[in-house]
Design a protein around this ligand. Structure first.
Ligand code: PLP
Length: 422
């Protein structure tokens, strides 16, 4: 079967008529990758500042990773969750009790090691959040608070597309076609202390929050907001869920983004980079949440299979390798500096030198949202993959292993695109 349109000069594009209409009419077929570069089926090369969408943290073509996956696949691919496997146990142990290096760990004393007590494995970010929401409700019900069943979430939030996670996602565009959603979601304005104090009441079972809002436009949580979330949740025994599906595992320069703002969640959800591109998610829970769970409360057929968790251990070890995160921070400072320079050089395109985000999750705010698709397609033509976030933010989420030269190359290509905008 012919999948490409190479002969018609259409590069590696194909019409996606066997995919549901939720996807673009025409999709580029990607064929292979190496380090921070991808090649399409037509042989064109792309410098990747998207990483999937913040998934491929260690880049492409990692031979050791492929070997680990293959070796485990030869031994055992699947077993039901009536059993467990050595890779699942090993990764759960690492996620719960492994203490990151002191240089990379400015978190509250006592949070590590052993801050988290157990981990539920699923297959995607949205599932990790579903588990977290269920745990928050189970915690309250089994603490004798049957009427405490609401969830607090925030403006601009994105927590996934299954019905529960969608119910705490604020963006109308995602919610509207699928209503009615799960009842009980209340929304407060992100980073607004007054609104938080007004809405984080004793009727709330759990609050779910992104430390840096990814899809919502790369908006970072203030320290004061984090401190107030901690304080009210402790005082009222509300379960604090940090959705670190996009920000977790080193993306923002610390193992968890929560560390950098002092957020102290009872539950952290992780997914995107966790298994090096295979589907895996983790819902990390503290002991007091775990103590309220009963056998059969929650499960997943494929979640935490031996191949994905074996890959997860490799990713975890790489990210926690001494010096890895400090090098992410150093290179990301350079990324920030270059993005600031680009933003200053094109004041008609970008809003006043504003570089959003932290680490390797960055955004530049465009003045005119209509220009964003033109920047993205222009970048593709230059062999550069970028992302959007929200309606008006150009998002940069490169593999964590990018080097200064890659950033320089990205800047050159981006300037060419911006220079050609009319
Ligand atoms: N939560 C956050 C913060 C996300 O960024 C995403 C995906 O972009 C999700 C949840 C949903 O993850 P998934 O697409 O794996 O279900």
């Amino acid at each position: 079967m012919k999948h490409t349109d190479q002969n018609s000069g259409n590069g590696g594009y194909t019409r996606s008529h066997r995919m549901p209409r939720q996807y673009a009419d025409s999709l580029l077929i990607m064929a292979e990758g190496s380090e921070v570069r991808l090649k399409d089926a037509g042989g064109r090369e792309y410098l990747d500042f998207a990483s999937g969408i913040a998934v491929n943290a260690l880049g492409y073509g990692r031979k050791e990773l492929a070997e680990i996956m293959a070796a485990q696949a030869e031994k055992l691919i699947h077993i039901s969750n009536l059993f467990t496997t050595a890779p699942a146990l090993e990764l759960a142990e690492k996620l719960c009790s492994s203490s990151p290096r002191p240089e990379d760990q400015p978190w509250k004393a006592g949070m590590n090691p052993g801050y988290f007590n157990a981990v539920h494995f699923g297959n995607s970010g949205t599932e990790a959040n579903e588990a977290a929401l269920k745990y928050a409700r189970a915690y309250q019900i089994r603490s004798g608070r049957k009427r405490r069943n609401k969830f607090l979430a925030f403006s601009n939030s994105f927590h996934g597309r299954t019905m529960g996670a969608l119910s705490v996602t604020s963006t109308e565009k995602y919610r509207k076609p699928f209503s009615p959603l799960v009842p009980g979601a209340v929304f407060a304005e992100y980073n607004n202390l007054k609104d938080l104090r007004r809405k984080l009441k004793s009727s709330i079972a759990g609050v779910i929050v992104e430390v840096i809002q990814g899809e919502g436009g790369i908006i970072s949580m203030d320290r004061e907001f984090a401190a107030e979330l901690n304080r009210i949740c402790r005082e009222k025994d509300i379960i604090l869920i940090a959705d670190e599906v996009q920000t977790g595992l080193g993306r923002t320069g610390t193992l968890f983004a929560s560390e950098a703002v002092g957020l102290e969640p009872d539950i952290i959800t992780l997914s995107k980079p966790l298994a090096g591109g295979l589907p895996l998610s983790a819902t990390l829970i503290t002991e007091h949440v775990n103590d309220r769970l009963h056998p059969g409360d929650h499960a997943s057929t494929f979640g935490g299979g031996p191949v994905t968790t074996a890959a997860g251990s490799f990713i975890w070890d790489e990210i926690n390798r001494p010096g890895f995160l400090s090098s992410v921070r150093t290179i990301s400072d350079f990324l920030e500096e270059r993005l600031e320079a680009v933003s200053h050089a094109f004041p008609g395109v970008f809003r006043e030198g504003e570089v959003r985000g932290r680490g390797m999750l960055r955004g530049l705010v465009v003045r005119d949202p209509e220009v964003l698709p033109r920047i993205l397609s222009g970048a593709m033509e230059q062999g550069l993959l970028l992302l959007r976030a929200g309606t008006d933010v150009l998002r940069f989420a490169p593999p964590l292993i990018i080097k200064k030269d890659d950033i320089n190359e990205m800047e050159r290509k981006l300037r060419t695109v911006l220079g050609s905008l009319k």
